[in-house]
Design a protein around this ligand. Sequence first.
Ligand SMILES: [Zn+2]
Length: 439
Amino acid sequence: MVGFVLALGGMAGGQSAPSPTEAAMVKTVDAATPGAVELLEKLVDINSGTMNLAGVVRVKDVIAPQIEALGFTVRWNPMDKVGRAGDLVAEHPCPLRAGKCGKRLLLIGHMDTVFDAGSPFQKYEIVPGTNGRVATGPGTCDMKGGLVVMLDSLRAMQAAGVLKDTEITIVLSGDEEDAARPIAISRKDMIDAAKHSDVALEFENAFRDGGVDGVDAVRIGRRSSNTWHLETSGKSGHSSLVFGDRLGYGAIYELARIVEAFRTQLREPGLTYSVGLVLGGGKAVMDKDKTGGTATGKSNIVAATALANGDLRTVSEEQTARVKAKMEAIVAQHLALTDAKISFDEAYPSMAVTPASEALLAQLQDVNATLGFGVEEVTDPAGGGAGDISFVAPYVPGLVGVGAMGTGAHAVGEVVYLDSIPKQAKRMALLMYRLSEEK
Ligand SMILES: [Zn+2]
């Protein structure tokens, strides 16, 4: 998973001792840890698979009052119109005037999980033989642990008396694992909030290289996730006439030509693309949800139609645009008497690494030095999937995955390293405090 490791910040400067305010926040987090783990267990035991709308609302009902108690105004925006539960927007305005509380912070995350109400994976449990250090359950690291980290860090700031002088917006989606379309509706609150923020912190699960005793990691980029659909057609007839001037090559050879050209001509660093479904024959129809379909044909025909779909993951929007153009050019070079067209669905954009996000990372490494945590690894954006921060990345620099650490996200058996919860809460409390102190 770790493609390259950058060492940025916190290396030469050495350790700067925490200020009295920072030391107070560290103490608060330590004292709150048993309660934080209890909250995690409670949240994990509520099934909130994306399509279990009532379950997502129950998670919201647990955390909304806790966010309100921190002095935020909380709003619930139902998303029934797009078939999802809704999103939570919480605002903590600067008491002076907008923009007068240092950096305006946007905290994002999600309340749903990939485990639906029928999943066999429903309960929080300590993993036997780990000395109580590792817990398993749906959403333990992705990302109910992150919700706990977020609350924990804000509480530490409140107890130290510094939360009141901050300008923070929290947006938690209820459908990160299966975002409703159109994005213009389902991600409107997140995008609007990004437009009046200076820094985004995404409390998604974080990576620890080497397992529970490994090295903590963070990311400042995420790849895009795009979906493409390919449809080819040809003249059908008896197979003995294939390659000739009456029938040409048929739809399946045309599809094979395109897919093979993708394989050999598009490869470049940071880019992957896969073909996940192919149908073809005399007739081929893909289901509406594009996860299956039907095809009919036989061995002695030239195929009339063929369909394929796949993905395209990129590290920048420049790469997306360039590769899409190359794919379109390949598609256009039809074999004799065939036709083909490619289309792309609305995508998760990429979050490219920028100088602003590198500067933010350096500040995080300074916090690590203060806390005596050592330098965090920076993982390759290519290693992970797309996420909500991608929608806000065009407007604000951000850190990806500042929530709980663990492994196995999206699979039965997902785990969280429990010590990462207070660790990340300390990091985020100090980082948010320092950002709010900036003029
Ligand atoms: Zn997640």
